[in-house]
Design a protein around this ligand. Structure first.
Ligand code: SAH
Ligand code: DHB
Ligand code: MG
Length: 230
């Protein structure tokens, strides 16, 4: 028998401490990213932004890809957004899609505080509608896409991402482990199903090459998909 949410194979508190140790040792966030990371607490927003070392990873991969344009699904207070904004440089642009006007407002303030507002655009509303508008407008393709909003919509977001990118683009999808439930094909959880369906869509798409990695750390046990357009 397997529990629905099995204990991760490491002590959660130790994993958290190790994440903090690694981030403190290696990652120089700077005051503006610290302020953005801490901002949800004072605005009754959930504390679900990417971990510091994951944010640094997003910046590094964006720079490694030489990306100038990043599209994000799910802004919250703009912590991951701000890592991308740093990565694309002053000539780059990040477009981030957020349902909640309250979250978007906090994020915009954070970008202004960090002097990054001119390279970040927050589009408020259901992400699928904002993405469709970008498609209809024929915007310049994005180099990196980070999918991190409501999980049942993952397949729709992937489909939109494919309309908004060209070969060579990287598409990342956060939070794919779902407490281990992702491996249960018969799961009735819409978020689990959203992950399973997007995995199947990626696997069936000859234009995508992908892997998925589990992570353990400050946010517990989770993982992400890393896909690249051929
Ligand atoms: N990427 C952020 C965290 C995003 S949390 C970071 O790591 O810093 C997920 C966000 O998705 C929340 O702010 C939530 O309001 C937003 N969201 C949920 N459903 C959405 C939808 N249908 N369209 C757009 N955003 C949505
Ligand atoms: C949740 C969402 C996220 O994007 C995340 O990284 C962690 C948790 C959530 O909705 O609970
Ligand atoms: Mg996430």
């Amino acid at each position: 028998m397997t529990a629905a949410h099995p204990t991760p194979p490491v002590d959660r508190d130790v994993a958290k401490e190790v994440d903090f140790y690694l981030s403190d040792t290696l990652v120089d966030e700077g005051a503006d990213l610290v302020a953005t990371r801490e901002s949800p607490a004072s605005h009754e927003m959930p504390n679900i932004a990417v971990a510091t070392n994951f944010g640094a990873f997003l910046k590094l991969l964006t720079q490694t890809a030489g990306a100038r344009r990043v599209l994000e699904f799910g802004t919250l207070a703009g912590y991951s957004t701000q890592w991308f904004a740093e990565a694309v440089g002053s000539q780059g642009q990040v477009v981030t899609l957020e349902l909640e006007p309250r979250h978007a407002e906090v994020a915009r303030k954070n970008f202004e505080q960090a002097g990054l507002a001119d390279r970040v655009e927050v589009l408020v509303g259901p992400a699928i509608e904002s993405a469709q508008r970008l498609i209809d407008e024929g915007v310049e393709p994005f180099d990196v896409v980070f999918i991190d909003a409501d999980k049942p919509s993952n397949p729709a977001y992937l489909a939109a991402a494919l309309e908004l990118t060209r070969p060579g683009a990287v598409i990342l999808i956060d939070n794919v482990v779902r407490g281990g439930e992702v491996r249960h094909a018969a799961s009735a959880d819409p978020s689990v199903q959203g992950v399973q369906r997007v995995l199947a869509d990626i696997a069936a798409n000859p234009n995508l090459e992908a892997t998925a990695l589990q992570t353990v750390g400050a946010k517990g046990w989770d993982g992400f998909i890393y896909a690249r357009r051929r």
